[in-house]
Design a protein around this ligand. Structure first.
Ligand code: MEV
Length: 344
């Protein structure tokens, strides 16, 4: 079932606009980042297979024979379906994680095993394989947060810059390579609870919340239009529009109840330096993005990163648009990645 090392990477991603609204049928714009996460799966002569997820500090080993015995029940279904409760139980049992293992780590390993046992491994993935990976990743998302829109797995699978609307995905044409700061407030959040919170607010105050979602939809559409224009003929005024859209969306997300004091702090720190930020993803903590306009001097970027780090946040500078999930040969990997994988 596994005869050689399997090396896979997937891009980081952010939602530019449309988080939460997308769950309610509105448009979202999502982009992959030039920050990747890697996994290595390695068979050993002792009959074990190792899983190494360096970015979240996970290293596990399983008996190949044990996995083989599960193979049939996972592969025989043919097409993608929601995992049955028996399969989820089997995954839990096989994962064999200690009781004190964090929930996110536990779910990551179970989702991995689920995908691994269900997708035939190949040296190259075709469009059909990627479609299947996307479907399975969606099922993995369902295991993790219940009622996902599908935007996150889509952008991680396909990469680039995507427009996502009610399950329909299209690539943004000629999207510019924006530079951003990605800041992790390190405040843990529960996507499932945040998504449910927005739904409850919508049910409680439909006349108030529905227009907010409609407005977020309009923000996504305007952003899509401006990005298209920037791809054709970039001009400084377009950045001003992007910044205004970021500010308006951040206020809307706060009104939906998915803000957090740490995200307010992030926005204030960057605002004091003339930069505009919004939360990205579920909110309630988690990550925020800050748009870096062209012409911003590197010392100013460094000072902003430093100011955010002083708040206790992790801050990375990166650009948007990167290939989606990919298979690598061991020799094609950057030496830093090899070292990180070896160091676990
Ligand atoms: C989470 O990254 C994005 C949300 O819109 C949920 C989803 O789309 O599934 C909050």
């Amino acid at each position: 079932m596994l005869s050689e090392v399997l090396l896979v990477s997937a891009p980081g991603k952010v939602i530019l606009h449309g988080e939460h609204a997308v769950v309610h049928g509105k448009v979202a714009l999502a982009v992959s980042l030039n920050l990747r996460t890697f996994l290595r799966l390695q068979p050993h002569s002792n009959g074990k297979v190792d899983l190494s997820l360096p970015n979240i500090g996970i290293k596990r080993a399983w008996d190949v024979a044990r996995l083989q015995s599960l193979d049939a029940s996972f592969l025989e279904q043919g097409d993608v379906t929601t995992p049955t409760s028996e399969q989820v139980e089997k995954l839990k049992e096989v994962a064999g994680l200690p009781d004190d293992c964090a929930v996110t780590e536990r779910l990551a390993v179970q989702a991995f095993l689920y995908l691994y046992l269900s997708i035939c491994r190949k040296q190259r993935w075709t469009k059909e394989d990627l479609e299947l990976i996307n479907k399975w990743a969606f099922q993995g998302e369902r295991m993790i947060h219940g009622n996902p829109s599908g935007v996150d797995n889509a952008v991680s699978t396909w990469g680039g810059a995507l427009r996502y609307h009610q399950g329909k995905i299209s690539s943004l044409k000629r999207s510019p390579a924006l530079q951003i700061l990605l800041t992790n407030t390190k405040v843990p959040r529960n996507t499932r609870a945040l998504v449910a919170g927005v739904r409850n607010r919508l049910l409680k105050f439909p006349e108030i919340v529905a227009p907010l979602l409609t407005s977020i939809d309009a923000i996504s559409l305007e952003c899509e239009r401006v990005l298209g224009e920037m791809g054709e003929a970039p001009a400084p005024e377009q950045y001003v529009v992007l910044e205004e859209l970021i500010d308006m969306n951040q206020h809307h997300l706060n009104a939906l109840g998915v803000g957090h004091a740490s995200l307010d702090q992030l926005c204030q720190v960057t605002r004091a330096r003339g930069l505009h930020s919004k939360l990205t993803g579920a909110g309630g903590g988690g990550c925020g993005i800050t748009l870096l306009k062209p012409g911003l001097e590197q010392p100013e970027v460094e000072a902003t990163k430093q100011a955010l780090t002083s708040c206790g946040f992790d801050c990375l500078e990166t650009s948007i648009g990167a290939p989606g999930v990919s298979i690598h040969s061991a020799t094609s990997l950057d030496s830093r990645v090899q070292q990180a994988l070896d160091g676990l």
